[in-house]
Design a binder for this molecule. Structure first.
Ligand SMILES: Cc1cc2nc3c(=O)[nH]c(=O)nc-3n(C[C@H](O)[C@H](O)[C@H](O)COP(=O)(O)OP(=O)(O)OC[C@H]3O[C@@H](n4cnc5c(N)ncnc54)[C@H](O)[C@@H]3O)c2cc1C
Length: 143
């Protein structure tokens, strides 16, 4: 290390945050219409709110900063059920059954995103993945 710093060109912002249109929502005021308040407007809160609203519940999302611009807006945004060597690590540490449950939960999450993309006509290309087939995944676990 020489102690000199090199400034890289470009913006130190995620491309999602940099390219998203600005949003502006009203400050929270007491509402008799709200049945359920969801705290946090990241992907977890927004997905929760979306599912509740689709189930007919009156939902208010409470966001302290800006919607979708915290961890969610700074992620690499890939949808995958594979995370490095998580399954072999889980199987070694907690057994095959827990690794399988974790895989099924991840699979359900990926399927939920795919169904929301379809139902809400979101412009997003979701390539198929051989790892989205639970039968193939079980076969891999069994090996
Ligand atoms: C560098 C990086 C890359 C990643 N890449 C991927 C990836 O490729 N694929 C993937 O699936 N996951 C990825 N992840 C993980 C993923 O981004 C997170 O798991 C996910 O975004 C978390 O969403 P969240 O809604 O829980 O959190 P956040 O997006 O942080 O949302 C929480 C929100 O709650 C608000 N909040 C907190 N407290 C309060 C309060 N008291 N009142 C009101 N509002 C509050 C915050 O302001 C924030 O907006 C990545 C994470 C990082 C850091």
């Amino acid at each position: 290390m020489t102690g000199t710093s090199t400034r890289l060109p470009g913006e130190a912002r995620s491309c999602w945050v940099a390219s998203a249109p600005p949003t502006s929502y009203p400050r929270y005021e007491r509402s008799d219409r709200t049945e359920i308040a969801v705290v946090g407007g990241g992907i977890v809160g927004l997905t929760t709110a979306c599912l509740l609203a689709r189930a007919g519940r009156a939902v208010t999302v409470l966001e302290a900063l800006s919607v979708g611009q915290q961890v969610t807006g700074r992620s690499t945004a890939k949808i995958t059920t594979q995370h490095a060597l998580v399954y072999s690590d889980l199987a070694a540490a907690s057994g095959l059954e827990r690794a399988r449950l974790y895989g099924e939960a991840n699979h359900a999450g990926a399927e939920l995103i795919a169904s929301l993309v379809r139902d809400l006509s979101i412009r997003l290309r979701l390539p198929g993945s051989r790892f989205r087939d639970p039968a193939r995944r079980s076969a891999r676990f069994a090996r």
